[in-house]
Design a protein around this ligand. Structure first.
Ligand SMILES: Cc1ncc(COP(=O)(O)O)c(C=O)c1O
Length: 421
């Protein structure tokens, strides 16, 4: 047994599935997950001392690369002053101001500890503000694991959601309508909010079709519904102002996470001042958190945002472009149909000739080929996401040379992934 196998066997005895979040378990790709002992820059090392070039980067939480000295220093300093107070701090104000400065639609902001909390509360705020219950979401988008948002769609039409998990009562999703991505659904006068990933990154990477986001904005305006952008992945990654800046569509509420916590548990939601004022203690919509605005997490977030200037985003997009072009070339050279969508610093990878535009076309890509390629690449020391439905997250620590190395290894991995004729 390898060190990873031994640890996984022990983990499975004491932790359901051996992991604290399902996708880490390798269920979609098979095999034993690597247990990370440490990480630095573009690399993680497993408990056996093996190094991987890491494109998971904590599922997008780490945009500077792992253990960036500025972030480590900020967290160490903050920790020395105490790890949590249960009272307001200056850094919470600074971070909220930094968010507002970058995303002007967030006139007011509240800090929470996870993306799940951000989306769950944004929906509650929308319902409280409009006095309506119904929400519209899109098949294949992921918004965390609140009951209301764990709804499964299915057909090519907008339908009332069915529970997307055991344990979610039908009543919890009775007011959740699930529509196909990239088609503007009917939005009636009973809809509180339309919630969308402005660039979908949880069914692989699926960009918005031209006019889709604008269409949602218009449909919400006509119905008096709120438009909520889930920018947990895109926020502070696509650029300083996230997807809303890139696509010039202004939502009423925005959910953020990942990048703004610099790898610590921090997320946020923000939006129009009049909408946000329904939150307790100003208004009647309740939300709270013992660790909200945690001093270590806000210190990390501020350190990260400070380093994300126009040059950083240009570098990220450049590297993502190199990675995407290289992967598309070498995987096609190995004889696979492949499409490698890229939106700024985000890269997707589908073993399909056409780039998917919704969940149905994403699911039609060859998951078996992804599985084989993933393992061939992992054997060569490069860690892609252990699921075909995730994006790749090149960081600022991935140098040009590192990307070239990845593409070379991907060429060998793709050739080795071919099934015998
Ligand atoms: C778009 C999106 N929204 C919300 C979430 C939930 O965030 P968290 O895992 O921090 O609860 C995720 C997590 O991956 C996400 O990708």
């Amino acid at each position: 047994m390898t060190a990873n196998e031994e640890l996984f066997a022990r983990a499975c005895q004491v932790i359901p599935g051996g992991v604290d979040s399902p996708v880490r378990s390798f269920r979609s790709v098979g095999g034993t997950p690597y247990f990370v002992a440490r990480a630095e820059g573009p690399y993680v090392w497993d408990v056996a001392g093996r190094r991987y070039t890491d494109y998971v980067q904590s599922w997008g939480a780490s945009i500077l690369g792992h253990a960036h000295p500025k972030v480590v220093e900020a967290v160490q300093r903050a920790a020395a002053d105490g790890t949590s107070y249960g009272a307001p701090t200056e850094r919470e104000v600074l971070l909220a101001e930094a968010i507002r400065e970058r995303m002007p639609s967030c006139q007011r902001v509240r800090l929470v500890s996870s993306g799940t909390e951000a989306t769950m509360t944004a929906v509650r705020v929308a319902r409280g503000f409009t006095g309506r219950d119904k929400i519209v979401v899109f098949d294949g988008c992921y918004h965390g694991h609140a009951d209301t948002l764990l709804a499964a769609g299915g057909s090519g039409l907008a339908t009332h959601g069915v529970p997307g998990s055991a344990g979610v009562p039908a009543s919890a999703v009775a007011d959740t309508v699930v529509a196909p991505y990239n088609l503007v659904p009917a939005v009636g006068g009973d809809v509180a909010a339309v919630l969308v990933e402005p660039v979908a990154a949880n069914m692989g990477l699926v960009p918005p079709a031209p006019g889709f986001l604008e269409g949602l904005r218009a449909a919400c305006d006509a119905a008096g519904a709120l438009l909520i952008f889930d920018e947990v992945i895109t926020g502070f990654r696509l650029g300083r102002g996230g997807a809303q800046e890139r696509f010039c569509v202004v939502p009423d509420l925005t959910c953020m996470g990942k990048v703004i916590g610099g790898g610590l548990p921090l997320a946020a939601f923000g939006g129009r001042a009049d909408v946000m004022s329904v939150l307790a203690p100003e208004g009647p919509v309740y939300q709270a958190g013992t660790l909200s605005g945690n001093p270590l997490a806000t210190a990390a977030g501020l350190a990260v945002l400070e380093l994300l200037d126009a040059g950083a985003y240009a570098q990220l997009s450049g590297r993502a472009g190199e990675l995407a072009a290289g992967l598309a070339q070498v995987i096609a050279d190995a004889g696979f149909p492949v499409s490698v969508p890229v939106v700024g610093p985000l890269v997707g990878l589908f073993f399909s000739a056409d780039a998917p535009t919704d969940f149905a076309s994403s699911k039609a890509a060859d998951a078996g080929a992804y599985r084989r390629f993933f393992h061939q690449l992992l054997d060569r020391g490069v860690a892609f996401a252990p699921s075909p439905f995730e994006a790749l997250f090149p960081s600022l620590a991935h140098s040009h040379r590192e990307i070239e190395r990845t593409v070379d290894l991907a060429a060998a991995a793709a050739m080795a992934s071919r099934e015998p004729a």
